[in-house]
Write a protein that binds this ligand. Structure first.
Ligand code: CMP
Length: 136
């Protein structure tokens, strides 16, 4: 049964500033993802606060939003069979030091904050996050 899903991926400032965006995009493609849309942008802290609103009660919320708005990011709509979970598997654990060999965060992540990529954590959030960046 075909279960193509779309998910939102962000290549974060730490990876873009190290010019890793093309390498990371190749990793998605070689793992069977199609990149349906992509754009390189810089967002404001207010936009980051809206994007990460689910985390607003967390102690790391302010730093997280300051960080995501600190430099260029690449936002993408990825598509693959069971794409939401497949993307989370390819990214690896949130903290790069816990991420498995072969994952993006193991390979490129620097710290739990500078963990190189974000990916939607559910089908519902994927729809919300895709709309956030690609409404029109
Ligand atoms: P991301 O997948 O973008 O979702 C929220 C981000 O918060 C997460 O990646 C981490 O980069 C960041 N973060 C910082 N501290 C923590 C923490 N203690 N637990 C989870 N996420 C954290």
């Amino acid at each position: 049964m075909n279960n193509l899903e779309q998910t939102l991926s962000i290549i974060k400032p730490d990876a873009v500033e190290r010019n890793l965006d093309n390498e990371i995009k190749e990793m998605f493609k070689s793992n069977g993802f199609s990149i349906l849309k992509e754009k390189k942008i810089k967002i404001t802290k207010t936009e980051a606060e809206q994007f990460y609103k689910v985390h607003e009660t967390k102690p790391f919320y302010n730093d997280l939003c300051a960080y995501l708005s600190s430099g260029a990011i690449v936002v993408m709509i990825l598509e693959k069979e069971n794409g939401v979970l497949a993307n989370r598997e390819l990214m690896g654990a949130t903290n790069p030091k816990d991420a498995e060999e072969g994952t993006i965060r193991k390979k490129y992540g620097i710290s739990i904050d500078k963990n190189s990529v974000h990916g939607s954590d559910s089908i519902d959030n994927a729809k919300i996050e895709i709309d956030f960046f690609f409404k029109d």
